[in-house]
Design a protein. Structure first.
Lengths: 318, 636
């Protein structure tokens, strides 16, 4: 299908005189456990919304099921808290039908990498403009401590009391392996400045921006990321002018690596397990084909549509 | 094709004047190996007949595989057309004339009992002299079996004839057959040419000319060699008519109803709805999204509906099973949605190309939890068109899921009907993104009707989070304090409200009597024909047909009580009442019968069959007689 222009949605791009502050995005009081990394992510997301001045009524957060998927309830935008693993299809529908909306997707590791893994692969390939956040705590939290695809090998859970049997699936490596991937980044909730900068870069990306956010669960995986949380030297920042650069982090994080996000081969190398946790934009290519652009259609005015439909019906005339 | 095609004029003189049989109706079928084009031949013949003013009903004969082995009975592929002087509402009983490209596919039809005892058979004769001994032996055995009956068998040198005109007879025999049928039934050749041009519009001019030439060849051969013709006088309608199959009608109905997004995953026999939509959306505006799986397909439709105009998803039984969780979510969140299920035989992969009505209870009750929603069933091709307008409007007005149950018989059956006059009011209204008044709730349930107005992303001041968790009127997650009881009541009340707007289904025949036959979906025409024959034979039988399955139309109990017996006729499984191990207590009944017994407390009986093909009026009549005899004996 060829690309059509859509005047309906372009016409409304007038200057919005309103100025939005944090309180304009705050919903119900978050009910995650004290110490849960999701609180930090919620704050960074609200700051990103302020920084980008997104109209709350034209912003939609779609989530699946799990601790992290309560996210939309705690924002004052439009929200869709749907089914386990199925946030991406819903977001796809929103995006296809309403290209004028800002679409964000919030998923957990079970949601995205297990029950919804098929949608994840295809959403990357569709490359429709939206930000997909994977809040990865390496465990099923809401259902109380079952192994997830990203649980480390040997980690004991209720379903694997003697330790998880398999090496964990790496969401960054998987994403980079999908044809037509256009934005793949990793950040961590305990580095809020990096998280905010990454979310802003993701929002501005014209395509499907996949952001894995490492997230602590104080109940089931309190020690999972401790080595990185406590010792900044266990973290390596990927930096580049086309990626994410946060100068204020330079003093704390001394390991930097210059990585050009256009270099897919290098990105795939960097996604392999290494000495340090890597945060930054692994890959970014705004020139990739976008399904939402290709499927964008103009609906003709009603009388015109009816007359074209009459012409279709006449093809079946006796 | 190397040489240019020459078009012979249909001028060969017949051997004396042929005998013309003037009949009110005739059933003709064309069968071949898969890939030899019998389907196309049948479709064109049917379309032209409809355009000439005959009533028409077609049924495809489809093998399960795309390319089954050649010359095996299971591979029989083709099309069966019943043409009549008046409207034709079903596929009828037995075939009167069959064109067969080999004796094995013919044998399949003969053994299925598809052919009338005195059917005329036009059979390709090349196999009689085939170089392969096995083929000749198979031919001889088959012909012996067939000649034991009273069929009139005419051997036709189809291949030999076609080779005078084309290099590859396999690609031309269907058009030769069409030419023969054109002569036999005196079809208008210029209309056939038009239809060929339409059918092969994506092919080259050369293909068109070759096909036209082959039709002339078949016509001339028939004129010079056959001694009979059949005249089924047409009664052209004074109203403008259209002719199409049920999937085309669903697709055009969806366009007339203003759908702008259809999300689907390929599945037989539903997929062709999306083929048509994909082509037409390109011109009238809209999107077919081929999703990565059935779940994603409905997820995209739900997301689109949530953010805008009602969206559509199209599937068949196995896909409906996968969509179950999302249907529950749409019910819970009161997101309007239309799901079309073109039913096939089940369970599981079942009989993908064969008609069945086995998804009724799954469609109504298939979702875990209490998930009230609407289920509609079109009964004719015309209703396939109309139901889409109704379904979208109900989905929008009632903020609910509407499941439309079509089936494989409607999907591929071709029938003429009055051309719908498109109405702008059928189209969905444009999105209104007005600011939401302060204090307006996402679910402002009207306590009497359960109805509420939905908020759409983009409306300032309306921001809320829609959730599949139980919620109160503010869409806040809440489980206690009677919230679940109240919210469930509001969702349920919408069905009661809809029911109050419906009329009782009309009765055909007397208002009271010995037996009322109740049907739903594509069996309507066959049931009504059977019931008419029963009445003509002096039996006290009436029928009624249900379009609304959830909620049921009002007045059923009162209606049923006016008859000594009530029996559903359905294309789904039920235990035979006198079957081994079967008792009145453990007998599993047809799906509509289950539903009606529960809803009316009337002892509704059922007569159901699952032949993998539409029901025949004669078989239904048998079931009616059997039921009346049993009731007279008092053993029901």
């Amino acid at each position: 299908m060829s690309t059509f222009d859509c005047p309906l949605f372009h016409a409304v791009e007038e200057e919005d005189a309103r100025e939005f502050a944090l309180r304009d995005y705050e919903g119900s009081v978050a009910r995650w456990c004290p110490g849960c990394g999701d609180h930090s992510i919620l704050t960074s997301v609200e700051k990103m919304l302020v920084a980008e001045q997104l109209e709350p009524e034209r912003t939609v957060f779609v989530s699946g099921i799990g601790c992290s998927s309560r996210f939309p309830h705690y924002l004052k935008t439009y929200g869709f808290h749907g089914l386990h693993g199925r946030a991406l299809p819903v977001a796809t529908g929103v995006r296809l039908h309403r290209p004028d909306l800002h679409v964000f997707v919030v998923m957990g590791d079970g949601d995205c990498c297990s029950i919804g893994a098929g949608h994840w692969i295809h959403a990357i390939r569709y490359n429709m403009r939206m930000v997909a956040m994977l809040l990865d705590n390496g465990i099923y939290g809401l259902t109380k401590n079952q192994t997830s695809p990203t649980t480390p090998q040997g980690w004991q859970s209720n379903t694997h009391p003697r330790g998880s049997l398999l090496p964990p699936l790496d969401p960054i490596a998987v994403s980079l392996g999908v044809t037509n991937a256009s934005f793949v980044a990793q950040t961590a909730e305990w580095v809020p400045a990096h998280l905010l900068a990454t979310l802003r870069a993701a929002y501005r990306h014209e395509g499907f921006a996949f952001v894995r956010i490492l997230q602590r669960c104080p109940i089931w995986t309190p020690s999972l990321y401790q080595a990185s949380v406590q010792r900044p030297d266990n973290t390596e920042l990927l930096v580049h002018d086309d990626g994410v650069v946060v100068p204020e982090l330079d003093r704390t994080y001394k390991y930097h690596r210059e990585h050009d996000p256009r270099d897919l081969d290098a990105a795939r190398q960097l996604a392999q397990p290494g000495e340090r946790v890597r945060l930054g934009v692994f890959f970014r290519d705004p020139s990739r084909v976008r399904y939402d652009e290709q499927q964008r259609v103009t609906i003709p005015p009603l009388p015109e549509r009816i007359s074209r439909l009459n012409a279709e019906l006449d093809k079946y005339a006796v | 094709m190397s040489s240019p095609v020459t078009v012979p004029e249909p001028s060969a003189p017949p051997r004396g004047a042929p005998a013309v049989l003037r009949l009110p109706e005739h059933i003709v079928e064309i069968v071949s190996d898969s890939g030899e084009g019998a389907q196309k031949c049948g479709q064109i013949f049917a379309a032209v007949s409809a355009k000439m003013g005959n009533g028409v009903w077609t049924v495809e004969i489809i093998p399960a595989e795309i390319q089954p082995p050649a010359r095996v009975p299971e591979g029989a592929s083709g099309n069966r057309i019943r043409i009549g002087s008046g409207p034709v509402t079903n596929w009828g009983d037995a075939t009167d004339l069959v064109v067969a490209f080999n004796e094995q596919v013919l044998l399949a039809r003969h053994r299925l009992g598809a052919l009338a005892p005195t059917a005329t058979i036009l059979l390709e004769n090349k196999w009689a002299s085939h170089p392969d001994d096995d083929v000749r032996a198979a031919w001889a055995t088959a012909l012996e079996e067939l000649r034991a009956r009273d069929y009139r068998i005419v051997l036709v040198p189809m291949e030999e004839q076609c080779l005078t005109c084309v290099d590859d007879a396999r690609k031309g025999k269907n058009m030769f057959a069409l030419g023969m049928l054109a002569w036999i039934y005196d079809r208008d050749l210029s209309r056939i040419d038009e239809q060929i041009a339409h059918t092969f519009r994506k092919k080259s001019e050369e293909v068109y000319e070759r096909n036209v030439a082959l039709v002339r060849l078949g016509y001339s051969w028939a004129a010079g060699n056959l001694t009979f013709r059949v005249d089924v006088p047409a009664t052209p309608s004074d109203r403008p008519m259209v002719v199409m199959n049920g999937n085309e009608a669903i697709s055009l109905g969806a366009l007339a109803a203003g759908f702008e997004l259809c999300a689907m995953y390929p599945i037989t026999p539903a997929t062709s709805v999306s083929h048509q939509l994909a082509e037409v959306f390109y011109r009238v505006g809209g999107v077919v999204h081929q999703a990565e799986d059935e779940i994603a397909a409905i997820g995209v439709a739900v997301g689109a509906s949530y953010a805008g105009k009602v969206a559509l998803t199209v599937t068949s039984g196995p896909g409906l099973a996968l969509k179950t969780e999302f249907i529950g979510l749409a019910v819970m969140t009161e997101t309007p949605l239309v799901v079309v299920d073109v039913q096939r035989g089940g369970p599981s992969t079942g009989l993908p190309t064969k008609v069945e009505q086995s998804d009724l209870l799954a469609a109504i009750f298939g979702q875990p939890g209490d998930a009230p929603h609407v289920v509609l069933a079109p009964a004719t091709i015309e209703e396939c068109f109309q139901v889409m307008v109704t379904a979208r409007r109900i989905a929008e007005t009632f903020r609910t899921v509407v499941i439309v149950l079509s089936d494989a018989n409607l999907a591929t059956g071709v029938q003429p009907f009055p051309r719908p006059s498109l109405d702008e009011r059928w189209q969905a209204s444009p999105l209104e993104l007005d600011p939401v008044p302060k204090g307006f709730k996402p679910y402002e349930w009207d306590p009497v009707t359960g109805l509420s107005r939905r908020l759409i992303p983009g409306q300032p001041g309306g921001m809320f989070t829609l959730t599949g968790l139980e919620h109160d009127a503010n869409s806040k997650v809440a489980y206690g304090g009677g919230v679940h009881q109240h919210s469930s009541a509001m969702r349920s009340r919408k069905l009661a409200t809809l029911e109050t707007l419906l009329s009782p289904p009309p009765i055909r025949g007397a208002d009271a009597g010995d037996l009322l036959v109740v049907g739903w979906g594509s069996t309507k025409g066959a049931i009504e024909e059977a019931v008419e024959r029963a009445r003509a034979a002096g039996l006290s039988v009436s029928s009624t047909h249900l379009n609304f399955l959830s909620p049921l139309q009002p007045g059923l109990q009162e209606m049923f009580r006016r008859f000594r017996g009530v029996m559903t006729v359905e294309l789904n499984y039920s235990d035979e009442p006198d079957g081994v191990t079967i008792t009145e207590r453990n007998r599993r009944r047809g799906q509509l019968a289950w539903l009606l017994r529960a809803a009316t407390l009337v002892d509704v009986d059922c007569w159901t069959r699952i032949p993998g093909e539409p029901l025949r009026p004669a078989a239904i009549l048998d079931g009616i007689r059997r039921k009346l005899r049993a009731d007279a004996r008092g053993d029901a």
